[in-house]
Design a protein around this ligand. Structure first.
Ligand code: NAI
Length: 247
């Protein structure tokens, strides 16, 4: 039997990039998917693409930064699928600048989506998962949340916050068989990193022992492992997926 037969997964930011690869990898093991994204058209296109392959997938438009929007989304997912087994908190944004030039609005935006968004979605699924005495929550952090990165004070703080949130919620929900883990990707080829200057991309590459950028699939594979029965005895962990960047 496939690892996720009869399991329902919510993937935030699932319309493209790492989130889309996670949707595809979970679906390959039998999961039904709620593709949650602020970008309605892209989410629908991704859901259609998966449905065409015989996968049960639905798009749900939501802004993770809004508790109300997340509450409505979780209600809609429960109405559609009847259960939520897996939550992947993947939606994320960057608004990079050096500290002295960083606008408060850009600080707030990044914290609201990356950290508060993870809080909203986690809180919204916690009760149904606790009641079911089963849940797998995987948060997409970043190596930047562990090591810091010049020009990303807001992003690094949000991802460090996600790591603290992961460990705390792991402790609170462990008694109900809900595990909470995080992955910390390094430099992964997506729209998010596409915008980096050639110089910044080369600098990242020089610091990767495996000598190549990561792919969305590299991240999706580890996320799938953490959501699978093979990782049933792991909680509160942060796994780096970075080609050895911060070993
Ligand atoms: P991406 O920009 O390609 O995709 C992000 C998705 O999140 C988009 O579909 C976007 O519409 C959605 N989104 C943005 N704000 C949202 C909101 N308020 N509510 C709901 N959905 C929202 O980015 P990528 O690279 O796929 O990143 C995915 C996650 O991986 C992010 O959390 C990012 O911080 C993290 N990450 C990415 C790395 C990389 O090198 N690409 C490295 C480390 C972490």
């Amino acid at each position: 039997m496939a690892a996720f037969t009869d399991r329902v997964a919510i993937v935030t930011g699932g319309a493209q990039g790492i989130g889309k690869a996670i949707c595809e990898a979970l679906a390959a093991e039998g999961a039904s998917l709620a593709i949650v994204d602020i970008a309605e058209d892209t989410a629908k296109a991704t859901a259609d693409e998966l449905c065409a392959k015989g996968i049960k997938a639905c798009a749900f438009q939501a802004n993770v930064a809004s508790a109300e929007s997340v509450g409505d989304m979780v209600k809609a997912v429960l109405a559609e699928f009847g259960r939520i087994d897996i939550l992947i908190n993947n939606a994320g944004i960057t608004r990079d600048n050096l500290l002295v030039r960083l606008k408060e609005a850009d600080w707030d935006a990044v914290i609201s989506v990356n950290l508060t968004g993870t809080f909203h979605c986690t809180k919204a699924v916690a009760r149904p998962m606790m009641k079911a005495r089963y849940g797998r929550i995987i948060n997409i952090a970043s190596v930047v949340g562990v090591m810091g990165n010049a020009g990303q004070a807001n992003y690094a703080a949000s991802k460090a916050g996600v790591i603290g949130l992961t460990k705390t919620v792991a402790k609170e929900l462990a008694g109900r068989n809900v595990t909470v883990n995080a992955v910390a990707p390094g430099y992964i080829m997506t729209e998010m990193t596409h915008v980096l200057s050639e110089e910044a991309q080369q600098q990242f590459l020089q610091n990767i022992p495996l000598g190549r950028p990561g792919t969305p699939e590299d991240v999706a594979n580890v996320v799938c492992f953490l959501a699978s029965p093979a990782a049933d005895y792991m909680t509160g962990q942060v796994l780096n997926i970075d080609g050895g960047m911060i070993m």
